[in-house]
Design a protein around this ligand. Structure first.
Ligand SMILES: Cc1cc2nc3c(=O)[nH]c(=O)nc-3n(C[C@H](O)[C@H](O)[C@H](O)COP(=O)(O)OP(=O)(O)OC[C@H]3O[C@@H](n4cnc5c(N)ncnc54)[C@H](O)[C@@H]3O)c2cc1C
Length: 407
């Protein structure tokens, strides 16, 4: 079997001993963990990073054959791929990042396969993009002959032993001899519960800002740990590798003395559909408005080379969302050239540092004809600059109304 991301050398080169075994028990008073093979390990400090498992919804018929969740289990996924090669009608449940990526991979593998995606929201990728960006992604999927069933919920899986059809909330029935469900993951907290550690409101292992659990000698990080939003400090369901690695660096640094603080999760996404990158960080306009923010946005679109006829030139569009009163950035969305995957990380850094539209419009950007847009059309800076106009309009209207009120 191919090890696609080998980490063993990285660990041994850094003098980290690795035991392949399952931890079955934590004895907190003795500071000992026990494994399935019967080995005991003494610990001074312990970090739990037990990850998450896919959510399998209790929909009638879920027990039928050929219904898969996305488990991080190579044998299970190989079985899924084997079955995929034999079916005619694939249905994917959810049209978020996982759903759209699976649909595109399956289309690449089986150009003739009928593929449908069922999504209960009005648009695909709606949890991370504003409408216009979602519609661009939908266009790319439709061009690949992927059938989108939006505003629909799965009511039941129909058939004999093996699934044959899906019944939707509208009453419509669609043919499906294979289902892939990607509706989210639940923190793997069994071990922590057994050890009587506190569990948080979204059913993750409760941690403080230093990644300590309710036991000061036990830390937790990654998908298994409870999260709070960077923006409003309330519990968050986000579970991502970007968050897990950030939390791991904080937990590791804080083991013996507190050095780093977790300021909450932002949510940074990127994917490629039909050769176009779709990337996002933080809040969309609609999410921010729903949370009570007044928002203004700025957009900028340009070729990512100068002149645009340089090799590798492709369009790149940036949309930034700011809190109207302070001008502090809340989120960003980028689509087009694959450099979006790197640029969105710059947007995430801006969010993390609570930069304002003025800060972003005036920061110094390195440019090169073969690598970036020109200095005068650099999309990140220009999107901020374009938003600034709206900020002043917003302040003007606000003052205008206040004056009217006092008159
Ligand atoms: C299809 C898919 C695509 C994704 N794409 C992205 C993406 O593009 N970008 C992104 O940021 N995130 C992505 N994610 C999310 C990302 O994979 C997770 O957030 C990340 O893997 C979490 O890392 P983790 O180390 O916390 O947990 P995991 O990666 O789940 O690792 C947990 C590990 O702990 C082990 N373990 C559990 N219990 C025990 C025990 N008792 N004893 C010993 N070992 C144990 C497990 O076997 C596992 O190896 C994706 C997820 C899926 C399913």
């Amino acid at each position: 079997m191919k090890n696609l991301i080998p980490a063993d050398d990285l660990l041994s080169n850094n003098k980290v001993e690795c035991a392949i075994d399952e931890v079955t028990e934590i004895n907190r008073s003795e500071h000992i963990i026990a494994t399935g093979n019967g080995t005991m390990f003494k610990y001074g400090k312990l970090i739990l990073a037990t990850g998450s498992n896919p959510v399998v919804p209790p929909i009638p018929g879920i027990e039928k054959k050929n219904i898969f969740a996305i488990k991080k289990d190579v044998a299970y996924l190989q079985d899924l791929i084997g079955k995929l090669d034999k079916v005619n009608d694939l249905c994917i449940v959810e049209c978020g990042f996982i759903g759209v990526e699976i649909a595109e991979e399956c289309r690449r593998r089986r150009p003739e396969l009928n593929i449908s995606i069922v999504e209960m929201l009005s648009h695909c990728l709606q949890l991370v993009y504003d409408e216009e960006f979602c519609m661009n992604a939908e266009k790319v999927l439709k061009e690949q002959n992927i059938n989108l069933l939006l505003d629909e919920k799965v009511d039941a899986f129909l058939g004999g032993d093996t699934v044959e059809k899906v019944r939707l909330s509208s009453g419509k029935e669609i043919k499906a001899d294979m289902l892939i469900i990607g509706i989210g993951t639940a923190a793997n907290i069994g071990l922590a519960e057994k050890a009587d550690l506190e569990i948080g409101p979204t059913k993750g292992i409760q941690v403080n800002r230093y990644m300590q659990t309710s036991d000061n000698d036990i830390f937790a990080c990654g998908d298994c740990a409870e999260k709070v939003s960077f923006f409003y400090g309330k519990p968050s369901n986000l579970k991502m590798a970007s968050i897990s690695t950030m939390e791991a660096r904080i937990a590791g640094a804080n083991l013996f003395s507190i050095r780093r603080v977790n300021m909450g999760v932002i949510g940074v996404y990127s994917t490629v559909l039909g050769g176009n990158a779709f990337a996002a960080a933080g809040l969309t306009s609609s999410q921010a408005i729903a949370k009570g923010y007044s928002v203004i946005t700025g957009e900028s679109e340009a070729v990512n080379r100068h002149p645009g006829c340089m090799p590798g030139g492709a369009n790149l569009k940036v949309r930034l969302v700011f809190e109207a009163g302070t001008g502090i950035i809340l989120g960003g969305q980028i689509t087009g050239a694959t450099s979006a995957g790197e640029l969105i990380n710059a947007v995430s850094a801006c969010i993390n540092k609570r930069m304002t539209a003025d800060d972003i419009a005036t920061f110094q950007t390195g440019t090169h004809p073969a690598l970036t847009a020109s200095p005068i059309s650099y999309q990140l800076v220009n999107a901020a600059e374009n938003a600034i106009g709206s900020i002043y309009i917003y302040i003007y209207i606000y003052i205008g109304e206040t004056e009217k009120y006092y008159i």
